[in-house]
Design a protein around this ligand. Structure first.
Ligand SMILES: [Ca+2]
Length: 307
């Protein structure tokens, strides 16, 4: 039996509504892990735009918006729904994100622009353009940073490009006063507080083809400085307990001046007590002093894998 256009349209609308309802579950389950590549995580979050674009496009098949007031009303409804979604996410252990709310409104505006029949108020169009530009810039930067990490390998960090600094946590900045190679090193300030240090997340993660980890650290003090280097693989990072014995930890004794540190990757691989470290998924390096007695600083450079 051939469906009439009206029935076919109704069927399509119903199918689209069911599909979007199913996809909406992804607001609350699934999604990127803490160890997911930043650009993939960003791409996932851009799904907010796609979802609301599709949802409002379907809605416009049911009901056409004839006045500016209708458009403002739709935006208010989307805002209210978005606040509900983000609030639920907050209470189930995810985060409340104003950026995601803006993305929902951007998706809504894009659907109105493509399929609506009424002129969109300038304020809404202007806001949507700003959100789109912000996301375009943010995603491009994240994508370039991920690409740069792969292009640099087996160098993990040389501080020559500012695009990788978003992966560092702690009081760290590119510096030119003490440099081992190139024009920059990473200056790390170590204030007096527990576990004072810096963290590199999302390094080039596949260390399986290499034999050693090397780095140069400059200690400007006249005394030997003791630090701990901690390395996590993905299994450890995603484990709930993050036991001390399930990761690599080593003490670094930093003499005054430049220090060359070489660590056999076999030692890192066999560091966990009950398993081998997954050397194809190294996700975090942490340099820290447990309980510093006085403020300190170090300079890190030429962090790389070698054979
Ligand atoms: Ca350098």
């Amino acid at each position: 039996m051939r469906l009439s256009p009206q029935v076919a349209n109704k069927t399509q609308r119903t199918l689209a509504t069911l599909l979007l309802s199913a996809v909406a579950i992804l607001f609350f389950v699934g999604g990127p892990k803490e160890t997911t590549l930043p650009s993939l995580g960003y791409l996932w979050n851009l799904g907010h735009i796609g979802f609301f674009f599709c949802t409002v496009s379907v809605l416009l098949q049911y009901r056409s918006l004839r006045t500016s007031m209708h458009i403002w009303l739709l935006c208010a409804v989307v805002l209210a729904i978005s606040l509900c979604i983000e609030s639920i996410q907050f209470f189930i252990g995810r985060s409340f994100s104003l950026v995601d709310i803006c993305r929902n409104l951007l998706g809504t505006t894009a659907a109105l622009w493509f399929f609506g029949k009424t002129k969109i108020p300038y304020t809404i169009t202007g806001a949507a353009i700003l959100i789109a530009l912000s996301d375009l810039t943010g995603f491009s930067k994240t994508l370039y940073s991920d690409y740069h990490i792969f292009r640099m390998a087996p160098v993990l960090e040389d501080f020559e490009s500012g695009s990788t600094m978003s992966r560092w946590e702690g009081e760290i900045s590119r510096d030119t006063s003490q440099v081992y190679s190139g024009n920059y090193s990473g200056k790390i300030i170590l204030p007096v507080r527990k576990y004072s240090g810096t963290t590199l997340t999302f390094p080039f993660r596949d260390w399986s083809a290499y034999k050693t980890l090397e780095m140069r650290i400059y200690n400007p003090d006249t005394q030997i400085m003791e630090m701990t280097l901690r390395i996590n693989d993905e299994v450890h990072e995603l484990s709930e307990e993050q036991h001390f014995y399930d990761r690599f930890n080593t003490k670094l004794k930093l003499q005054p001046g430049w220090n060359t540190i070489t660590i056999a990757l076999e030692d890192i691989k066999t560091a966990p007590l009950k398993r081998d470290m997954d050397m194809s998924k190294i996700v975090r390096l942490v340099w820290f002093i447990g309980e510093p007695q006085k403020p300190a600083e170090i300079y890190l450079d030429d962090l790389k894998l070698t054979n």
